[in-house]
Design a protein around this ligand. Structure first.
Ligand code: ATP
Ligand code: MN
Length: 302
């Protein structure tokens, strides 16, 4: 009897009962917990390859946008089995339990636990020492328009092309754009991070009126911070097609370089418009080799 009641109160999405389905997670436009679960079910095939076998952090807002938020690296009490444990050795040498999601049950199970955002690592569990992407997270200072972000993204793209590295842009769903280079699992974190740091630093040296490559908030006035620190072991970035816990329920969406010029804001897509999008809308470059040789080339201006 009680079970029947439960299933009546809990509509099933991908076989998982959603409690409090009508809870308003975003008020404008109104998006309930059930809306989110259905969005992630529809998008599962587009999102899961980005999560598969990577440790993932979850941003949970069980009470919705106005309530408390928890950025979780480790599974909590009552997390479903479909959110699988990954044991990772920390730099201190001790082992810690991380999470990974590899199927729709894990995805929807996470939403049932109040997850809004999915933040995977750049490496898979079988080779955690080998990142599969290089990312520049372009963060505009408050007041800078999106045109400046677009211009910075194209600039980073061109700088990467000098090293034969092909990239694609992703609207973060917040304020900025991530410029992403898919990598073969050949380079270490150190190599990838050093390359990213050098490229960002040189860009900031050549155009100090437009960019900064250091974290300091005060140096950022009116500029774009080229955040290269996302390229560290354990660093995460928002997953493509993840909803963001920001007003309006925007979505992080990868786009084609050609269409970026026409896009007016980093939060241009909501869950309805993101559902119409896929990987086929852009040319995702093949994973590339980032050899140590490139660092020497970059450092010597060649
Ligand atoms: P925007 O374009 O607005 O900057 P973003 O996704 O680049 O959007 P944030 O949401 O601020 O920016 O996240 C910055 C990075 O820090 C992300 O890569 C994310 O994985 C990570 N992150 C976010 N929240 C936390 C947190 N509470 N603790 C640790 N890392 C976090
Ligand atoms: Mn950012």
């Amino acid at each position: 009897m009680e079970v029947a009641m439960e299933s009546q109160d809990r509509p099933l999405v991908a076989g998982i009962g959603i409690s409090n389905p009508d809870r308003v997670i975003f008020s404008r436009p109104k998006r309930t917990k059930l809306d989110l679960a259905r969005y992630y079910e529809v998008m599962a095939e587009r999102i899961l390859p980005e999560l598969a076998d990577r440790p993932v952090s979850l941003l949970r807002l069980p009470e919705g946008l106005e309530g408390e938020r928890f950025f979780q690296r480790h599974a909590g009490k009552g997390f479903p089995k479909a959110i699988r444990p990954v044991v990772i050795e920390e730099s201190s040498g001790s082992a810690a339990d991380y999470m990974t999601i590899r199927d729709v049950a894990g995805l929807i199970g996470a939403v049932q636990m109040g997850t809004v955002e999915f933040h995977p690592w750049a490496a898979r569990r079988d080779r955690l020492d080998r990142p599969e992407r290089l990312v520049f997270d372009l963060d505009p200072d408050e007041g800078l328009g999106f045109a400046a972000v677009r211009k910075a993204a194209s600039d980073i793209r061109e700088r990467l092309e000098r090293f034969d590295l092909q990239s694609y842009p992703m609207l973060s769903g917040g304020k900025g754009v991530h410029v992403i280079v898919p990598l073969k699992r050949t380079a270490s974190w150190d190599t990838v991070k050093l390359f990213a740091q050098l490229l960002a630093t040189l860009a900031a040296e050549e155009a100090p009126e437009r960019y900064v490559a250091t974290m300091s908030k005060s140096a950022r006035k009116g500029k774009i911070f080229i955040d290269w620190l996302r390229n560290e072991r354990g660093a995460t970035a928002i997953a493509p097609f993840s909803v963001r816990a920001r007003p309006g329920a925007p979505v992080a969406v990868p786009v084609a370089w050609e269409e970026l010029g026409k896009i007016r804001r980093a939060d241009a897509f909501g869950i309805r418009s993101a559902e119409k999008r896929g990987w086929g809308d852009l040319a995702v470059p093949e994973p590339q080799n980032l050899s140590e040789r490139l660092i020497a080339k970059l450092a010597t201006g060649g």
